[in-house]
Design a protein. Structure first.
Lengths: 162, 309
């Protein structure tokens, strides 16, 4: 029986997915990673997928994000353990730093204005699609895209400073 | 921010949209410079971190927090270890719970001595121990807050939609998992029996694999080991401890047995290591005395654990 559905899409697009994984920093491991990813993806319970190709690309992207997280985790972990045993003063300083972060984020949101804040919350926190947000707010999709771009840049820039 | 960082953030925002399909365009952007992929990873994490902070601020009232607090200079060594502390500080600072504006939260509670199994629409399940309270969200089946007591999560993994649990200012996301979350006074304990959990995903991103535990108190985390078979053993009528104060054991017994168990201050901090069998304790509190090396005083109000004469 010829492969159907997700598997057919996977087989037809293996090269594109490998190329994407290489571009995402997988290097020589790209082929192996894709293979492992497919094993995982194909084991998922069956259910309709809107766009199988996009689903596969997204899974590959998420995999690389997870790998990035694990990499920084090791450093963060050592850092955290050494900090956890540090003095009370360090704890106090972290609390102060955390409060400052909250205040700065609040300031950025205030500067962005209500519509951009709403777009950011709907898209990033509620996980609503940009198309739907445009419909909800009665503005064009490109307005939502631009709002989200401005909000994300402002908040990411803040995060980088911290 | 450099131009590449700005572009990386733009891609992170676009790719996260469920309608995004321009994977070839994204690949082309990445391929122009080998350093871009790492900038994109950093942007994804920065946005995830910002998101968590925004989610904890009430919508549209952002001015409140800025009125008296001028942001100070950046602290170079505040580092990435901010997640749990930030969450705790927000709750302390502005008195809102870490819940989203658009969410449709509802609470599920158990009486002491009761257990409840909750089946979620995505195939995941939560078993609630006695005397516990969990907030769930009709708008988002992939998140929960453990407000009191203890819950055993059996999560159906979906890489695209990680299951998130908050407990006592500690954020967790699953990586395909069975794990137990318990609130005990100021402590939050997390123990994993299958798969893995990320603790404070946007900060320390500490990974707990099967057989690992972490105890969080404020922003302090202490890692430990646990026998996999002991994780969530309460739902089979067993309470297993590898060094817990009797005060915590008494609180657990109260919840699990549905009977008030107190502990006298003289023995409250004494450590206990071992396993308690709930069905046999229910009928015979004297056994408990032998196991915990205390005297069990029984009266109308319940049991009290006291030092032996």
């Amino acid at each position: 029986m010829p492969p159907t559905g997700l598997e057919a899409v996977y087989l037809d697009n293996r090269d594109r997915l490998v190329r994407f994984l290489v571009a995402r920093g997988a290097g020589d491991a790209a082929e192996d990673l894709l293979h492992d990813l497919w094993i995982k993806v194909s084991a998922r319970p069956n259910g309709p997928i809107d766009n199988p190709l996009s689903y596969l690309f997204r899974a590959a992207d998420t995999l690389m994000i997870d790998r990035h997280r694990s990499r920084i985790k090791a450093q963060a972990r050592d850092h955290a353990w050494s900090e956890a045993s540090a003095s009370e003063a360090a704890t106090g300083e972290r609390v102060v730093a955390a409060r400052q972060e909250v205040a700065r984020v609040a300031q950025v949101l205030a500067d962005l204005g209500t519509r951009r804040e709403t777009v950011f919350r709907r898209a990033r926190i509620d996980g609503v699609s940009q198309r739907q947000i445009a419909a909800e707010l009665g503005v064009s999709l490109s307005t939502v895209e631009a709002d989200l771009r401005v909000a994300c840049r402002a908040l990411a820039a803040l995060k980088e400073e911290l | 921010m450099t131009r590449i960082d700005e572009e990386a953030v733009d891609w992170a925002a676009r790719v996260a949209d469920r309608d995004f399909t321009d994977w070839d365009g994204f690949t082309t952007w990445l391929e122009a410079d080998a350093a871009r992929s790492a900038r994109y990873d950093a942007a994804v994490l920065a946005l995830a971190g910002a998101e968590r902070t925004v989610a904890q601020l009430p919508a549209g009232t952002s001015v409140v927090a800025t009125a008296s607090q001028k942001p100070g200079p950046a602290r170079p060594h505040a580092g990435r270890w901010l997640g749990a502390a930030a969450a705790a500080a927000v709750i302390g600072a502005i008195g809102v719970t870490a819940w989203q504006e658009r969410a449709k939260p509802y609470a599920v509670e158990t009486r002491a001595g009761e257990q409840r199994v909750l089946a979620l629409a995505d195939g995941s399940s939560v078993i609630l121990a006695g005397g516990s309270r969990v907030m769930l969200d009709r708008a988002d089946q992939r998140r929960a807050i453990v407000e009191a007591g203890e819950a055993l999560f059996r999560v159906r993994h979906d890489a695209a939609r990680p299951f998130r649990v908050d407990a006592g200012g500690l954020a967790l996301t699953d990586i395909g998992t069975v794990f137990d979350v318990k609130r005990a006074g100021a402590l939050t304990r997390v123990a994993v029996s299958e798969g893995a959990v990320l603790v404070d995903p946007d900060g320390a991103a500490l990974r707990l694999d099967a057989g690992e535990t972490v105890v969080a108190e404020g922003d302090r985390l202490v890692e430990g080991r646990v026998a996999v078979s002991d994780v969530g053993a309460w739902h089979e009528g067993r309470l297993a401890y590898d060094g817990a104060p009797l005060g915590e054991v008494a609180a657990d017994l109260s919840r699990q047995l549905g009977r008030r168990v107190r502990v006298s201050p003289a023995v409250a901090t004494r450590q206990f290591q071992g396993t308690l069998d709930l069905p046999s304790l229910r009928s015979d509190p004297a056994t408990l005395g032998a196991l915990l090396d205390v005297r069990v005083h029984v009266d109308a109000s319940g049991w009290t654990l006291e030092p032996r004469e």
